[in-house]
Design a protein around this ligand. Structure first.
Ligand SMILES: Nc1ncnc2c1ncn2[C@@H]1O[C@H](COP(=O)(O)OP(=O)(O)OP(=O)(O)O)[C@@H](O)[C@H]1O
Length: 266
């Protein structure tokens, strides 16, 4: 088995401040201000080449933070991460520059990845057609709807042919026809044996598409394993969670936050 991603004891800390002055004092004074918030704590996980892994967990459990770290967009606070090859993240508007047009964004992203202008010109038409943006491709991306951004991001990411494809809820904002087209493309990637990470709240999509599941809770790995072993347990958990009253949910949430929040020392 070829290892595709290996993460050891990875944690991500954000600083939470109550005011601007607290943030400023933390920057300039030796004493620590604000609270440490651990979005991820001691995460261990390994994916083999060809694994299709669903990241699941209730809101705020750390799925996007982990996928952003794997894609190299957000730095980890501690721990180690090994990526075999190039990872590309598709998320709503991820990595797109709002002031640039769609076409300029394609060129920028591809140039940054080392493609020549000749190669980019060849890829560009396919990207524009796949993203269904013909009339809008020369407009600034800030004028795009979230579905248009998501289509552009998806089209660029699949065209650059990464070794690891990370899809963070990007399909939930597009229309149904585009989602189906994207799923076909992802199936092609799966058949080619590419490693994929799929962040989704849709248990059906995860069941249909993934072979493994990483269940995050309180920023920690609660379970990692085969879809068939973990999804039934997760479905039960979600059922119970949904049954909770508002108060029970807020007690549960508070517990989560207390678990994650530690008064920081510099
Ligand atoms: N830049 C940031 N600064 C402070 N806290 C952050 C930051 N980014 C994320 N967080 C916090 O980290 C935690 C994990 O967030 P993340 O977006 O990774 O969760 P998620 O599982 O993807 O949630 P969702 O399902 O709602 O998208 C959340 O509590 C979030 O508020």
């Amino acid at each position: 088995m070829t290892i595709s991603i290996e993460i050891k004891d990875l944690s991500k800390k954000y600083k939470l401040y109550q005011s601007r002055s607290e943030r400023f004092k933390d920057l300039v004074l030796p004493k620590s201000y604000g609270k440490d918030f651990w979005a991820l704590r001691h995460v261990d996980f390994r994916a083999n080449k060809g694994d299709v892994i669903g990241f699941i967990g209730i809101n705020g459990s750390g799925k996007s933070t982990l996928s952003n770290i794997i894609a190299g967009i957000v730095p980890e606070s501690s721990g180690s991460i090994y990526i075999n090859g190039q990872a590309s993240l598709i998320a709503v508007s991820s990595g797109l520059k709002g002031d640039l047009t769609g076409r300029e964004n394609i060129e920028l992203k591809c140039l940054m990845l080392g493609f020549s202008m000749k190669e980019i010109k060849e890829m560009q038409q396919w990207i524009i057609e796949f993203a269904e943006l013909e009339d809008f491709i020369d407009q600034p991306v800030k004028s795009y709807s979230s579905g248009m951004k998501s289509r552009l991001g998806f089209a660029i990411s699949v065209t650059i042919d990464p070794d690891i494809l990370i899809i963070d809820e990007a399909l939930s904002v597009g229309d149904k026809a585009f989602a189906e087209k994207s799923i076909e493309k992802m199936k092609e990637f799966k058949a080619q044996g590419k490693t994929m990470i799929f962040v989704s709240h849709s248990i059906n999509q995860i069941k249909n598409f993934c072979n493994k599941v990483l269940w995050l809770e309180f920023g920690q790995v609660k379970k990692y394993g085969n879809v068939d072993d973990i999804i039934p347990e997760y479905e039960n958990f979600i059922k119970e969670y949904k049954k909770m009253t508002k108060k029970q949910k807020s007690v549960y949430k508070r517990k989560v936050i207390e678990n994650q929040t530690v008064r920081g020392n510099k």
